[in-house]
Design a protein around this ligand. Structure first.
Ligand code: PEP
Length: 249
């Protein structure tokens, strides 16, 4: 059965000391809950996060990685570097990576393959822009993103895939998809996976929603049948807000 997951994407926030403090606050206030908690601090703070969450039921994820095994790629981080410090989950395809660093689905397909080769779990982000929704093209956009980045995978590979539907117009804007809009898209995605990979893969797949999820809207969004959790940006930076989202299931 698929898991409930709430993942905090800390983006380029929190220095090392602040990372320690936020983790301490989360650990001190977190209640027993079957929802998996993931935090994704910046690269330089991953080792600290791993150390400070050891045996605490919190998973640490990277926000990105390079597709190559290694080499002359100044400023980049490989899958092997991540796994060597204990990071086993990576966020790929975030809309900010797509928009500001020109990552497209062909590149993301390579990153996905490298991550899977290293037995990492992937939180794969995708979603339409506002103009796509206004043009009623959002289902096509989402289908193309998934097909181009993920549909070359084998059925077995999907054990290590978590999807995060993040409509670009809802990220960091305070705008959120209505619970009905989120459910409509998540159902479309699950049906698509069912068509391509079969019902067992579709039913086991966790599909997260991301885009201005806050303590006051999380419960309604998470109450939808095909929403299995959230990828949280702004609200993941305050322990109380983040945990109230975790507790919204
Ligand atoms: C995100 O960055 O993935 C995100 C959903 O951000 P926010 O929650 O701030 O909209």
């Amino acid at each position: 059965m698929r898991k409930h997951i709430v993942a905090g994407n800390w983006k380029m926030h929190k220095n090392n000391a602040e990372t320690v403090v936020l983790i301490e606050e989360i650990l001190a206030k977190k209640q027993a809950n079957s929802t998996e908690i993931i935090i994704a601090p910046t690269f330089v703070n991953l080792a600290t996060a791993i150390e400070n969450t050891k045996d605490k039921n919190i998973t640490v994820a990277a926000q990105n990685m390079h597709q190559a095994e290694g080499g002359a790629f100044t400023g980049e981080i490989s899958a092997h570097m991540l796994t060597s410090i204990g990071v086993k989950t990576v966020i790929l395809g975030h809309s900010e990576r797509r928009a500001y660093f020109y990552e497209n689905d062909a590149l993301l397909a390579l990153k996905v393959d490298t991550a899977l080769k290293h037995e990492m779990r992937i939180i794969f982000c995708f979603g339409e822009e506002l103009k796509d929704r206004q043009n009623k093209n959002h289902f096509n956009i989402v289908e193309n993103q998934l097909r181009d980045a993920l549909f070359h995978l084998s059925k077995a590979d999907w054990k290590n895939i978590v999807l995060a539907y993040e409509p670009v117009w809802a990220i960091g804007t305070g705008e959120t998809a209505s619970p009905e809009e989120a459910q409509e898209m998540h159902k479309f995605i699950r049906n698509l996976i069912d068509k391509v990979y079969g019902n067992d893969v579709a039913q086991d797949l966790s599909i997260l929603y991301g885009g201005s999820v806050k303590p006051d809207n999380a419960q309604e969004i998470f109450s939808k049948q095909d929403v299995d959790g959230g990828l949280i940006g702004g609200a993941a930076l305050k322990a109380d807000d983040f945990l109230s989202i975790v507790n919204a299931f």
